[in-house]
Design a protein around this ligand. Structure first.
Ligand SMILES: NC(=O)c1ccc[n+]([C@@H]2O[C@H](COP(=O)([O-])OP(=O)(O)OC[C@H]3O[C@@H](n4cnc5c(N)ncnc54)[C@H](O)[C@@H]3O)[C@@H](O)[C@H]2O)c1
Length: 446
């Protein structure tokens, strides 16, 4: 049969492919054809916490070759655990089911790693036990609801020599990685970054309920430190269990501030409150607005962040603003772009190199309409050439598995997760005190 010639690939397409491949995002079919049925790349894993996020992670992991689920563990045995185990079995995984993580660790002797997606206040106990059992751990953010426990997690990873990845998944997102390494570090397209503006606005949501026939017995709830079924379902709003909206949503984006600026904040001032929901069921604030100050090598940066849970206007994004440009980025698929300030040097070189798309044709004003001299014309938008077509968490999980195999470094090791926890948890403290709080350099170190 006549061999078909291979399609030619231009520089820009090459950039796209290489960025995707670099983040471990080769098409599964390509990977499969290169991987033998059983290989040294095989990893045996357990999923600890099979709730909403545990199932999202499971869905991503089912798309990653060479991952064998050996166990699932969850205290909601009759509902979340049953559902997750059922799906995994349908995909051909032979696994055991546990209610108590200690029993799982005692009985499962050929695990390589555990993926933890339990409520934040359980992370330290679960992570430390797994690390001490000789296993690598991927633990969801927030690393912990308190810094003392987060610190113990970092120390446990150091002590055991095992890997601990924290689930700030944007750190492995090829679109974010392209912005950091190419647009900011290499091309310095924003010039001197002076300000950041970011938000996560979410619409009103009722408290989470549950099918009555699957109510967890009170004795089991108490055994695992929950007071009631209501609290078990809505743990993120309770003091001592979660951290409210700023921790749940804000931590993802405040993590990006430090990453992109190569700096930790020096101060934070914040306002917030439980303005809309019942205070009894929303102990943590439903509305938070805060300002961070950073001192970078290029000078001071002021960052505004808000998270509100009563209106979804504009959704979620991060806006980095410099004297030469603005980067708008969001995990939300397809959203974002980069805008050149009128006085900035020409960006054609970077367009030619495939770092950003050519600007879209700009609409200035209606023909015949003369702009008032005070009006500023919006700068032209350049689309970002890298798009993540996979589920959001897949690259971060792949990075973790490749690190376990010794092929990559972790993109969000415990120390980085800890730094983010320091920056984020201080916001709730700033709201409570109503004062501007300072960070010392030592605070971010273990
Ligand atoms: N990275 C992200 O984008 C992202 C998104 C959502 C949630 N999360 C994080 O994932 C984690 C889980 O959040 P969720 O929304 O899935 O919560 P959830 O309440 O839906 O699920 C938690 C699960 O853990 C189980 N559980 C509770 N205590 C347990 C224990 N001691 N042992 C075993 N199982 C236990 C519960 O039965 C439940 O099935 C949290 O840390 C959250 O911050 C991350």
């Amino acid at each position: 049969m006549k061999q078909q010639s291979l399609p030619t690939i231009n520089r820009r397409d090459f950039m796209k492919v290489s960025a995707v491949a670099g983040a471990g995002l080769l098409m599964p079919t390509i990977i499969r054809s290169q991987t033998p049925a059983s290989s040294s790349d095989d990893l045996n894993i357990a999923l600890l916490g099979t709730g909403a996020q545990g199932q999202v992670l499971m869905d991503s992991m089912l798309k990653i070759p060479n991952i064998r689920f050996k166990a699932v563990c969850d205290i909601w045995t009759e509902y979340n655990r049953k559902r997750a185990a059922g799906i995994l079995k349908r995909y051909g995984h032979k696994l055991n089911q546990y209610e108590d993580y200690r029993e799982m660790l005692a009985k499962e002797k050929d695990l390589d790693a555990v993926i933890i997606a339990t409520p934040d206040f359980w992370h330290a106990r679960h992570t430390i036990a797994c690390l001490e059992a000789g296993l690598h751990v991927y633990c969801e953010k927030e690393m912990s609801n308190n810094l003392a426990d987060a610190r113990k997690m970092v120390l446990a990873a150091k002590r055991t020599g095992k890997l601990l990845q924290i689930g700030h998944q944007r750190r492995s997102n090829p679109r974010y990685r392209h912005c950091y390494s190419k647009l900011l570090q290499e091309a310095n397209l924003l010039g001197r970054i002076t300000t950041i503006n970011a938000q996560w606005n979410r619409a009103v949501q009722p408290d989470l309920g549950w099918p009555q026939k699957y109510t967890v017995p009170t004795s089991r709830l108490k055994k695992y430190d929950f007071d009631s079924m209501e609290q078990f379902r809505n743990w993120r709003w309770y003091k001592g269990l979660g951290g409210g909206a700023i921790v749940d949503l804000g931590s993802h984006q405040i993590d990006i501030f430090s990453w992109f600026l190569n700096a930790q904040p020096v101060s934070v001032v914040a306002t917030g409150g439980t303005d809309y929901y019942e205070k009894q069921t929303h102990e943590w604030y439903d509305t938070v607005m805060c300002f961070y100050e950073y001192q970078t090598n290029d000078g001071p940066v002021r960052a505004f962040y808000q998270t509100i849970t009563t209106n979804s206007s504009q959704g979620y994004f991060e806006n980095f603003m410099g004297d030469q440009g603005t980067l708008n980025i969001s995990e939300s698929a397809g959203r974002g772009g980069i805008y050149r300030e009128p006085s900035a040097p020409d960006w054609q070189k970077w367009v030619d190199m495939g770092y950003l798309d050519a600007p879209k044709e700009q609409k200035t004003a209606q023909p015949g309409v003369v702009l008032d001299v005070r009006e500023t014309v919006a700068p032209p938008k350049h689309e970002l050439p890298i798009v993540l077509n996979d589920p959001y968490h897949k690259p971060h999980l792949e990075n973790f598995f490749n690190a376990v195999r010794g092929k990559e470094a972790l993109n969000c090791p415990a120390e980085v997760g800890y730094e983010t926890a320091v920056a984020v948890l201080k916001v709730n403290e700033a709201v409570a005190t109503g004062k501007k709080l300072m960070f010392s350099n030592d605070e971010f170190k273990i």
